[in-house]
Design a protein around this ligand. Sequence first.
Ligand SMILES: Cc1cc2nc3c(=O)[nH]c(=O)nc-3n(C[C@H](O)[C@H](O)[C@H](O)COP(=O)(O)O)c2cc1C
Length: 434
Amino acid sequence: MTSSPASTPRPPSADRRASFEHALREAAGIAALSPSSHNCQPWGVAWPTGRDARRAVERLVDEAPADGPEAPTGIFVGSGTGGGATDEYVILALDRERELTSLPAHAVEMLVSCGAYLQVLLRSLTLQGWSTDRIHFVEPLTGGRAGRAEGRTGVADARAGGGYDAGRPLGDTWPVSWSPLCAVRLRRTGEADGGLAELRRTALARRTNRAPYRPDAVEPAVLDGLSAPSAGVAKGADVTVRHLVADSDRAAFAGLVARHGGRDFSHRQAWRETYSFVRRDEAEAHALGDGFPLSQLFGPLSTPRRHALRLALAPTTMRALRHAGYHRVLARQLARVVGPSPVVVAMGLTDASPGVEATVRGGARLAEYWLRATEAGLALHPVSVVLQHDDVRKELQDQLGLPGRTFFVSRLGHPLTDFPRSPRRIGARAVRTI
Ligand SMILES: Cc1cc2nc3c(=O)[nH]c(=O)nc-3n(C[C@H](O)[C@H](O)[C@H](O)COP(=O)(O)O)c2cc1C
C-alpha cells in the first residue's frame, strides 16, 4: 500500500485518504485470517487512487442498480446518484497466480474463499466507519444466462478463458494476474463503533479443526442461530443451510466419504496440487505464509513420523501405493472421524449453475456462519472431496435430498482438542493501489 507524506499540512482529502488507508490496512489484516481451500488465499484487493482507475471504477459501480441486493447493508444512499468525491472504492479480485486449478470444482471453491474474505473485509471496514454503499459484480463475458443454457456455470466459463476480461478497462496499473470479481463503493458514515477488536478476536480464534469432536448433540437453538440471516455481502446470498443430525443421514454421509474420500489421493493432478501446499514444518509454513504443515492435517507429530508421512504422501509414492489401495485406507480413516461427529452442515446455492455473484455471496455467508460457530465454541472441518467430483456430489445431493448446488460441506461439533492456527500472508500484501 502507498503511504502519504507526514510532515507538510495536508488538504482534507489527503487526511480522508490516510484515514481510509489505515482502515483498509486494518481490515485486510483481519480478512487475511479467512478460510480458503488449501489455505491458498486466492484473493486480492485493489484500491483505486489514480484518477483514471478511480473514474473507471466509478463508472462500473454506477452500473449497479440502486436497490435490491446491491445494497447489502441496507444503507444505500441516494438513488442512481454517482459516487461523491469523499467516497472510496475497492475491487475484490481473484489472483490467478494463487488459485487452485487441478479440478473444475476448484473454480467454485476459489470464489467461495474470496467471498468469505470479502465479508470479513467489508465488515471490518463498516466497524471503522466505512459502510458499503453499492456493489457491482463482474460476471464473466460468456457466463450468465447464455452459458447456463448450455449447462455450464459462469464460473467455469471464466476458467476456460471466456471471461474476467473486465480488468482491462481498469487501466495499466491493474495487476495482470488478477481477475476482478466485484467493485465496492464505501461511504464514510461515522466513527468506529468499537466492535473491531471483537471481530479480530473471533477471526483469530476461528480455524479448521480436524480433531475428533464430542459426540453429544449440538442444541437445535444454537444451530438455528448459525443459519439465521446475515448482514453485509452475505445478506443477498441465496443459500440454504442444512444441518444433518439424524443418525441415518450422518451414517449415509460417512458411507459416502468412506467410498469416495480417496478420490483426491488417487487423482494425479489434484494430489500433486494438494501436496504442493503441504509444508515440511511450521517454520517453512510460516516463511511462505500459506499452505499447511503436516501437523495441521494430522495433529502434533514426532520428527520421524513427520518424515515418514511426508514420504508416504509424496505424489510419486502415492501413485505406487494407489495400486495397493492406500487411497481407500485414507478414505476410511477420514470416514472414521466424520462418522461420530454430531452434525454435518451442507450449504447450497439455489441456482444449480451459479454465477460469480451468487458464489461470492455464498462464500460471504459461509464466513458469517463459521464466525458464529466459533463464537458458540464450535469447530468446523470441511470435507470437500465429496463435492469436487460431479458424480459424487450428485450422489450426495440425491441421497440426502440437497437441492441446488451444494458448495460447502463440513462436520461440525465441539472439538476434543485445540488445533494450531495455520499460517497467513501479511494482510497488506493482498492490497494494491491502482
Ligand atoms: C471452500 C473451502 C473448502 C475447504 N475444504 C477443505 C477440505 O476438504 N478439507 C480440509 O481439511 N479443509 C478444508 N478447508 C479448510 C482450509 O484448508 C482452511 O481454511 C485453510 O487451510 C486455512 O486454515 P484455517 O481455516 O484453520 O484458518 C476448506 C476451506 C474452504 C474455504
